[in-house]
Design a protein around this ligand. Structure first.
Ligand SMILES: [Cu+2]
Length: 126
């Protein structure tokens, strides 16, 4: 038979330890992402011209959960593709295209000029 003292102790233990731990864990993941995503976006600019990525192809660190604003300038018409997040946008010759997304997946993701299979950058989300 469960005594009332025992059930009170269980209840106390559950509310004192388990509930706050779960709330703490979920708020770490949840509100952290929300704050990062709500903050100013990380702006990344890539310039593709004369057949090369100006300044070279770089691996750009991005904090997971952060909003990213990726702007690609290009002197050729193509499509910009962010792998992993599978975002695509057309870029006109001599123009620019912007992709905005929340970097909620960790890993290294290639940004590519799709039809030319040219790597523009890598996003390292962690
Ligand atoms: Cu691609």
């Amino acid at each position: 038979m469960v005594t009332s003292a025992w059930s009170r102790w269980l209840l106390w233990w559950f509310s004192a330890l388990v509930v706050p731990a779960v709330v703490l864990l979920s708020s770490c993941a949840g509100s952290g992402d929300a704050v990062a995503a709500a903050g100013p976006p990380q702006r990344i600019e890539v310039d593709y011209s004369a057949g090369i990525v100006q300044g070279g192809v770089s691996r750009i660190p991005v904090a997971q959960g952060r909003r990213v604003q990726l702007m690609v300038r290009s002197d050729v018409a193509d499509q910009v593709h962010v792998h992993g997040y599978d975002r695509k946008v057309d870029v006109p010759a001599g123009g620019s295209a912007t992709i905005e997304f929340v970097a909620d997946r960790s890993g290294v993701f290639e940004v590519e000029l799709e039809s030319r299979s040219i790597q523009l950058a890598q996003l390292e989300v962690s």
